[in-house]
Write a protein that binds this ligand. Structure first.
Ligand code: PAF
Length: 286
């Protein structure tokens, strides 16, 4: 695996590969990798000549400085995992390389960022869009792969790609789960043993809510169920549960009028904030 830390070195390498007629997929990450990330790499490898992964803990998307400080940094393990998953190129820049000057650019994603994560993490999507736009420019992929777990991030990046006409295709990849249903996340490693035991309540509650929605076609029934499931559990604080259109992220009242209805949840389990979602389509649940 080639490892580059500067934009110039990355671009020189990719330029040579383009001359050979190769096309590549991009898997942007912030490290602390798990099987979910590796599933993106494998999918990209299967659909492209090779994969470029990026590993950069982007400070501009953290609205909470403690969260940034506590974010796990596990470069050597990440590098080994990427290599074993068949990644061919890793771009791991420094802050100075990514932000040679402080960024002042402000995006507006309208309704996409006033709900859910946007409401609870002000400025987060501005930081995500800034760094993802830079990574698209630096790596010039044919396809970019993101996980469904960050569904709102995917919707924002789709708008970014449309509005700025990035010449690439976006792929949303399924959530990879632990055996008890907990969605894989870099944050899971911060869960204390007791918290880890109850953390699967998020995915359990989502499955129950999805079933209720499919039966009743009434988002309020799903919402009621979530309240009942979370209320008695100690050490878990439900931040939001929303039933939204998976593309527009706006609340859904008549699920049958939407191709994809997303049930989205955020909760603190102990000290750790987790998010998860399920997408209900006419064909089933993803
Ligand atoms: O999903 C992530 O890990 C990050 O938000 C991303 C897309 C790598 C941008 O920093």
């Amino acid at each position: 695996m080639y490892v580059f830390t500067t934009v110039d070195a990355l671009k020189a390498h990719l330029h040579a590969r383009r001359q050979e007629g190769k096309l590549w997929g991009l898997v942007p990450t912030m490290g602390a990798l798990h099987e979910g990330h590796l599933s993106l790499v494998r999918r990209s490898n299967a659909e492209n000549d090779f994969t470029v992964a990026t590993l950069y803990v982007n400070p501009t998307q953290f609205n909470n400085p403690d969260d940034l400080a506590r974010y796990p940094r596990t470069f050597d393990a990440d590098r080994a995992m990427l290599e074993s998953a068949g990644c061919q190129v890793l771009f791991a820049p420094t802050d100075a390389e990514m932000y040679p000057a402080p960024t002042t650019l402000r995006f507006s994603f309208g309704d996409l960022e006033t709900v859910m994560e946007g409401q609870f993490r002000p400025g987060h999507f501005n930081g995500v869009a800034t760094v993802v736009a830079k990574l698209f420019h630096h790596a010039e992929p044919a396809v970019a792969y993101f996980g469904q777990k960050d569904l709102q991030q995917f919707a924002v990046i789709r708008r970014l790609v449309q509005d700025l006409a990035f010449p690439l295709r976006l792929v949303r990849c399924p959530i990879v789960r632990e055996p008890d249903g907990l969605a894989m996340s870099s944050r899971n490693r911060r869960l204390e043993p007791e918290a880890r035991k109850v953390a699967a309540v998020l995915s359990y509650a989502l499955r129950e809510a999805a079933e209720a929605l499919q039966k009743t076609r009434n988002p309020e029934a799903a919402r009621g169920l979530i309240g009942q499931i979370f209320y008695p559990i100690e050490g878990v604080f439900l931040e939001y549960f929303e039933v939204v259109d998976a593309a527009s992220l706006q609340p859904v009242t008549t699920p049958e009028d939407h191709d994809e209805v997303a049930l989205c949840i955020a909760a603190y389990v102990g000290e750790v904030r987790l998010i998860d979602n399920l997408i209900v389509t006419r064909g089933g649940v993803q």
